[in-house]
Design a protein around this ligand. Structure first.
Ligand code: ZN
Length: 389
C-alpha cells in the first residue's frame, strides 16, 4: 500500500477551504481523510473515522480548544470540512473520571458541546479521539490488519509485526468503555505510532496530518507484507454444482422472506445478488457454514449485515423442495437471532430495541451472495411513489 499524500494537493486543499473560514488544521484533516476514504481496503464500506484537535472562537472571540471529529452521515471518501463537527474538548476530557457512561448519555453530552448545534452527531468513537492526546488521529478498519486482529492469537501476531510501536486493546464494544481502554493502552508506552483494537481495527496518530496518515499506510503495509509471507488467499474452485440461475432462485427466496414476516416484519424485499470469482469460491466451499459462523470483521458490520449471513442449501432443479429447506433454514436463523438478542440485551445498557430478526445477507451455493434490504413499500409510514410518464 502506497502513501497517496501529495504536498501540492494538500496545499491546494488549504487554499480552497480558506475563503470559507476553514483553518489549515481542518483543511488538511479533510484532505487526508479523503485519501483514506478513497481506498476500500482501508475503510470497508464506509467504516473508520478521523479527527484533529484545533481551536475555534466563540461569540466573545475567545479561543476554545476543540476536537473536530467525523460526524455521522459523512463518508470519508467525499467528506467536507463540515463533516468533522467541532466539539469542545475540555468537557469531554473531564468525563474520563466517570466509571461509565451509557451510549445515550454519551451522544447527549457530545451534542451539548458542539460548537454548531445544527452539526451532525459526532462519531460513536469521539471519546476515544478525545482521550488520546495526539493532534491528528486516523482510524480505519483495514482489511489486512483485521485479517490479523481477528485471529485468536492476535496479540502475539501484532507484537511480532509491530514490536514496540503499536499497542493492543482487547475487544470492547465501541463507546465510552472502549475510549477509556484505548487511552489506558496509549499511556502504557511512550512513542506509540498506533493502536490495534482486537476484532475492530487500527488507529494511527501524529503531530501533522501527513505523519498520522503515513503511519496508517506504513502500519497497514507491514500487515500486508506479513500476510503475503505466510498466508495464501483461498484459490478459485470450479463451480461444482449445476445450479438453477439466480433469476430462478431469487423469486423463491423473496417468497420465503415475505412468508416469514407474519405481519410483524417487512414483507417486501430488495435483493442485490453478486457472483464474482471470489464470492463463488466462498459460497461453493464446503467450509462456507463454518466461515459464516465466525462472525463479522468489525463491529460496524453488525449494523449492516447482522452477525451472520443466512447460509442456504445449494438449490437443485427441484425448487419446490428447496423452498421448504430455505424456509426451515430461515426459521432457525430467526430463532437464533431472537435468542442472541435476548441473551445480550441483559448484558449491556438497558433499553435495547430488537431489529427485525431477518437476514441482511444470504449465501447460496452455486448462486452467490445476496444483499437483502426491506423495500420502501414495506417500511411502515413510507410509500413508494412512482412518477407517471
Ligand atoms: Zn471503528
Amino acid at each position: 500500500m502506497k502513501s497517496l499524500w501529495n504536498e501540492a494537493d494538500a496545499r491546494a486543499a488549504v487554499a480552497r477551504y480558506a475563503p470559507s473560514g476553514v483553518g489549515e488544521d481542518l483543511a488538511l484533516r479533510t484532505y487526508s481523510a479523503r485519501l483514506l476514504g478513497a481506498d476500500p481496503t482501508l475503510v470497508l464500506h464506509g467504516g473508520g473515522n478521523t479527527s484533529v484537535k484545533t481551536t475555534a472562537r466563540d461569540l466573545f472571540g475567545e479561543e476554545i480548544v476543540v476536537l473536530c471529529v467525523k460526524g455521522s452521515g459523512w463518508d470519508l471518501a467525499t467528506i467536507e470540512p463540515a463533516g468533522h463537527p467541532a466539539v469542545r474538548l475540555a468537557p469531554l476530557l473531564r468525563l474520563r473520571a466517570l466509571e461509565s457512561l451509557t451510549d445515550e448519555a454519551m451522544v447527549n453530552v457530545q451534542r451539548q458541546n458542539l460548537m454548531d448545534t445544527a452539526a451532525p452527531n459526532p462519531s460513536v468513537e469521539t471519546f476515544l479521539h478525545a482521550f488520546i492526546p495526539e493532534k491528528f488521529i486516523d482510524h480505519t478498519h483495514a482489511m489486512a490488519v483485521l485479517a490479523l486482529a481477528n485471529q485468536p492469537d492476535a496479540q502475539a501476531l501484532i507484537a511480532e509485526i509491530y514490536g514496540e510501536s503499536v499497542a493492543c486493546v482487547p475487544y470492547v464494544m465501541p463507546g465510552f468503555a472502549l475510549a477509556k481502554a484505548a487511552a489506558e493502552a496509549f499511556e502504557t508506552r511512550p512513542g506509540l505510532e498506533g493502536l490495534v483494537l482486537i476484532n475492530h481495527g487500527l488507529f494511527s496518530f501524529g503531530t501533522t496530518a501527513r505523519q498520522s496518515y503515513e503511519r496508517m499506510i506504513a502500519l497497514v503495509s507491514l500487515a500486508e507484507a506479513f500476510l503475503a509471507k505466510g498466508y495464501t488467499p483461498v484459490g478459485a474452485r470450479p463451480n461444482a454444482l449445476s445450479s438453477p440461475s439466480a433469476a430462478d432462485v431469487l423469486p423463491v427466496l423473496r417468497g420465503v422472506l415475505a412468508g416469514g414476516a407474519d405481519g410483524r416484519w417487512p414483507s417486501r424485499w430488495i435483493f442485490d445478488c453478486r457472483a464474482t470469482r471470489e464470492i463463488m469460491t466462498l459460497v461453493d466451499d464446503p467450509r462456507l457454514g463454518e466461515w459464516a459462523g465466525t462472525g463479522v470483521a468489525t463491529p460496524d458490520h453488525v449494523i449492516r449485515t447482522k452477525r451472520h449471513p443466512l447460509v442456504l442449501p445449494g438449490p437443485n432443479q427441484d425448487l419446490g423442495t428447496w423452498r421448504g429447506e430455505a424456509r426451515r433454514t430461515l426459521d432457525a436463523f430467526v430463532e437464533s437471532y431472537e435468542s442472541y438478542f435476548a441473551r445480550n440485551a441483559v448484558r449491556v445498557s438497558a433499553g435495547k430495541v430488537p431489529l427485525d430478526p431477518l437476514p441482511r445477507v444470504a449465501a447460496i451455493p452455486g448462486v452467490g451472495l445476496v444483499g437483502v434490504a426491506p423495500g420502501p413499500s414495506s417500511v411502515p409510514g413510507r410509500r413508494l411513489w412512482v412518477r407517471r410518464p
